[in-house]
Design a protein around this ligand. Sequence first.
Ligand code: SF4
Length: 194
Amino acid sequence: MVPESLKNLEKEVQQCKNCPLYLSRNNIVFSDGYFGAKIMLIGEAPGADEDKQGKPFVGRAGKLLNEFLKAAGINREKDLYIVNTLKCRPPKNAKPTKEQKTACEKFLNAQIDIIKPKIIVLCGATAMESFLDKKLKISKVRGQIFENIKNYKGIKFIPILHPSYLLRQHSTDVGSPRDLTLKDLIMIKKTALG
Ligand code: SF4
């Protein structure tokens, strides 16, 4: 049973007008996956497909993410709770602004508080910048474990490359972005699920 607190939060997001993105959204994109999952994956913001379907990671990047999850042995429906930093689509898939992220962060923080994941996967630079030092480069710190972030004691934060970036990187050679992402996800699975 989905906790009441999560259902109420979703209703709150549906009515949210905290930033101008409510004017152009077709649907809010609240979450996907299992509320009892040990791994929470945070992406950037909904794209056109997500806005249409009301679900995160359902477009081309989402399909690629699914392939990587499968290859790493992570079940999207059972092992993951998936969200974005923004719950509404920025027009033309623009990078979320600081103001939009600030307006929306209370919902993301509340989701973390309710889900209480063991691991938070920061998928892409936008999600990473919401939690870690903004000077860090995702290409340098992907796959590293960060702890004691903000007030989140006991949660491991792990950045990974975003699948939108991987769509433009076709090599699967050892050390390529695709190879490294698969290794990161295998490590994440082992750390969270044994
Ligand atoms: S993006 Fe977040 S803050 Fe902005 S309208 Fe949507 S739910 Fe509200």
